[in-house]
Design a protein around this ligand. Structure first.
Ligand code: CP
Ligand code: NVA
Length: 306
């Protein structure tokens, strides 16, 4: 059987995503009920970080141990990756010793080159272009709170970044709409996002209009990792793209607020929104672990029934 990777959201079909969401719910129930579940006993996950992380590291590491497996943690600074060993050679070596690899890096091309030379499944733990594990967690969180996301409207306020691209891929695949509002110069690029058409998103100059009638309002940092040199010019450009109570007021009365975290209160979101009653950011963060456990189970064991 061909190895499956999860390098972008569209690497899975809509039906496979539905399966992963169902398994995430089942695996979460077991965890909450203190039920031991060790389907990945004797399996090893290598986690490679070329950028900082809190949630991704803890959720994959704790999740893998909970499934009975173990982890190896590598960073650019403490491995030969930082001393220019070719990514292809690293992939061939690492994938002979472990069962699964998660990578957080810069360009999507790098993770694709790794996957092309890997004997085992590779998971994207964030690249400049995509953050598919986060969108798995976000949609699972939406489903938990409100049911199916099909037909709903998600307002994206802020940078046309890795999170925005992945929301757009998910919308096209799962049948919902994204209202995108970015400052000019920071728009989403349909080709980079890898979309078939522009049918599943609408662009708004005014972030308030993007939020009007939305079922979910979401944003992210103004400056993503790797773009720190642009910090000052981004602060000026994004000043009107701060999610505030007025934006939440024009969304649906039961609209949720999400943020992948880490957040900067007073920059991309006001404290009263992220710490307010519509915010589900802590559920989102916790759900990273539950969906990724389902993802690892699916990649290594296929459709498990229990
Ligand atoms: N949301 C997210 O990926 O967080 P970390 O950068 O802490 O992993
Ligand atoms: N867009 C952000 C997400 C961090 C989890 C970044 O890439 O830094």
């Amino acid at each position: 059987m061909a190895i499956r990777h999860f390098l972008q959201f569209t690497d899975f079909t809509a039906d496979e995503h539905r399966w992963v969401f169902e398994r995430a719910a089942a695996i979460k129930r077991k965890f909450k009920g203190y039920e031991k579940y060790h389907p990945l006993a004797d399996r090893t996950l290598a986690m490679i970080f070329e950028k900082a992380s809190t949630r991704t590291r803890v959720s994959f590491e704790a999740g893998m141990y909970q499934l009975g497996g173990s982890v190896v943690h590598l960073t650019t600074g403490d491995s030969q990756l930082g001393r220019a060993e070719p990514i292809e050679d690293s992939a061939k070596v690492i994938s002979r010793m472990v069962d699964l690899v998660m990578i957080r890096t810069f360009g999507q091309d790098k993770i694709e080159r790794f996957a092309a030379h890997s004997r085992v499944p590779v998971i994207n733990g964030l690249t400049n272009e995509f953050h598919p594990c986060q969108i798995l967690a976000d949609i699972f969180t939406y489903i938990e709170h409100r049911g199916s996301i099909a037909g709903k409207v998600v307002a994206w306020v802020g940078d046309g970044n890795n999170m925005a691209n992945t929301w757009l891929q998910a919308a096209e695949l799962l049948g919902f709409t994204v209202h995108v509002s970015t400052p000019s110069g920071y728009e989403v690029d349909q080709a980079v996002a890898g979309l078939r058409s522009n049918d599943s998103y609408k662009v708004f100059r005014d972030p308030m209009e993007a939020c009007r009638g939305a079922d979910l309002v979401t944003t992210d940092v103004w400056t993503s990792m790797g773009f720190e040199a642009e910090n000052e010019e981004r602060r000026a450009a994004f000043a009107d793209w701060r999610v505030d109570a007025d934006m939440m007021k024009v969304a649906k009365p039961d609209a949720l607020f999400m943020h992948c975290l880490p957040a900067h209160r007073g920059e991309e979101v006001e404290a009263e929104v992220i710490d307010g009653p519509q915010s589900v950011v802590w559920d989102e963060a916790e759900n990273r672990m539950h969906v990724q456990k389902a993802l690892m189970e699916f990649l290594l064991l296929g459709r498990v029934k229990d």
